[in-house]
Every structure is written in structure tokens, then in C-alpha cells.
Design a protein around this ligand. Structure first.
Ligand code: ATP
Length: 234
């Protein structure tokens, strides 16, 4: 009996990008892919190009050369506005700096992707507020007072969980996380990654988690050295 092969949620080939003013390419990636439902830990030293790679996958940066597909959609053929749409509809992002709107409550921050994407809103179910509260609770923020507290009044660990819930709401196929645990202590890092992985896995999302902290590596399905992936770079 034939089985359907897992679909890559992210695939990239022939990526090449040189930052203006730099002699060597920051990205020179022959091939990369990550299947739906898989988690990958991508590591490498500071400055090796990890954030530049995520920016290309998110469609924030157009590498100019190569092909990137997100959930089967070819980004390389799209202009900036259409890439923005793909990002809003199909990608949840978590950054080192959480980029929450400081005066909005935790729940309203989580709901932001539903404002920008009808697809994410539809996927969040008939009651997106209840979905936001469920995600917050599953990520350990189950105190109702926290749902309405302005984000600026939350602790760093709490803000980070809000950022994770915002990335997960509406079940995007791809979660990109760029050093999201760097402000946390060891125990909080592991707790956060365990929750994030469980949520991504149950939604069938591909989780690409970037860090230079290799102690986090065992918590993922697989790991990859960015400098080996980025084989052509000087
Ligand atoms: N906006 C920019 N303009 C020019 N060069 C840039 C820009 N952003 C990054 N670079 C350069 O690209 C290279 C890779 O930077 P990048 O931030 O992608 O690395 P990183 O591996 O994510 O580092 P870190 O772990 O410190 O965040 C560096 O040499 C950096 O100086």
C-alpha cells in the first residue's frame, strides 16, 4: 500500500543573498526543507546569517536568487505585498524581542494575526477570543486577569508566552522562532520549548527554531548546523 509522502511546509533551493556593502554572500544555500509537523533546531554562531535566512523564508527579504516555497506557495514569484499576505496567512513568528503592542492586553495581542488575515481568523474557529484564551492557558497563562493586562505590565516570560500564542493562533503551517528563549533562565527555556513544540505538533505546523545555544538541541526532532547548510558562503 502506498503512503502519501509528508509535504514540506518549507522548501528552499539555490538561495543566494549578499547584503549591500559585503564582499561575501550571507546566504548561499543549495537546498533546505522542513516537513509539516516536524521541529528543527538550527544553530550557528552570532553573525553567521541565521536571522537573514529566517527573513528570507518569511518573505521580509527578497534574496533575488533561488526559490522559496511556504505551504506550497512559491514566494520567489511574488511581489512584496503578496509575500506579506503569505506571511500573514501561513507563518507565525516569534522573535528575541517579542514585538508585542505594549498597551494592548495579552489576549488582544494574541488576536492580532486574525485582524490581518481572514484565513487565520477563520482557522481560529467561531470564537477567536476563546481560541486566544485557550492558547494562553495551554502556554501557562491561565489567570483571566492576565488576558486583559497590558502587555507592558507582564514579565518577560509571560510576554514570551503571549508572543508564542500570537504565532500559533489560526494554525499557520510554519512557525519561525528566532532566539525566543534568550531572555529566560534554563528551567523557563525548557518549559517554554516543551509547550511550543506540543502546540506546533498538535496543529501539524513545521517549527524552525533558531539559536546559538546548543543546550536546547535535544528538545527538537532534528538539528542542523547553519554553517554546514550555508555551504557555499565564504
Ligand atoms: N540590515 C543589514 N544590512 C547589512 N548587513 C546586515 C544586515 N543585517 C545583517 N547583516 C549582516 O549579515 C550577517 C549575518 O547577520 P544575521 O543577523 O543574519 O546573523 P545571525 O546568525 O542571525 O546573528 P545573531 O545570532 O547575532 O542574531 C552579519 O555579517 C551582519 O552584519
Amino acid at each position: 500500500m502506498s503512503q502519501t509522502a509528508p509535504q514540506p511546509a518549507i522548501s528552499a533551493s539555490g538561495l543566494r543573498f549578499v547584503w549591500p556593502g559585503q564582499a561575501a554572500p550571507t546566504l548561499d544555500i543549495p537546498a533546505f526543507s522542513l516537513d509539516a509537523g516536524q521541529s528543527l533546531f538550527l544553530y550557528g554562531p552570532s553573525g553567521c546569517g541565521k536571522s537573514t535566512f529566517l527573513a528570507a523564508l518569511a518573505g521580509v527579504l527578497d534574496p533575488g536568487a533561488g526559490r522559496i516555497e511556504i505551504a506550497g506557495i512559491d514566494l520567489s514569484s511574488l511581489g512584496g505585498a503578496k509575500r506579506d499576505r503569505v506571511r500573514a496567512d501561513h507563518i507565525g513568528m516569534i522573535f528575541q524581542v517579542f514585538n508585542l503592542v505594549p498597551w494592548l492586553g495579552a489576549r488582544d495581542n494574541v488576536l492580532l494575526p486574525c485582524r490581518y488575515s481572514a484565513r487565520r481568523k477563520a482557522s481560529a474557529g467561531p470564537d477567536p477570543k476563546a481560541s486566544a484564551d485557550r492558547l494562553l492557558a495551554e502556554l501557562g497563562l491561565d489567570d483571566p486577569a492576565l488576558a486583559t493586562a497590558p502587555a507592558r505590565t507582564l514579565s518577560v516570560g509571560q510576554q514570551q508566552r503571549v508572543a508564542a500564542a500570537r504565532a500559533l493562533i489560526g494554525a499557520p503551517e510554519v512557525i519561525l522562532a528566532d532566539e525566543p528563549t534568550s531572555a529566560l533562565d534554563e528551567a523557563a527555556k525548557v518549559r517554554f520549548i516543551t509547550l511550543l513544540r506540543a502546540e506546533a505538533e498538535s496543529a501539524g505546523a513545521a517549527l524552525l527554531f533558531v539559536s546559538h545555544d546548543r543546550s536546547l538541541e535535544p528538545h527538537f526532532d532534528a538539528s542542523l548546523d547553519f554553517e554546514a547548510l550555508n555551504g557555499g558562503a565564504a
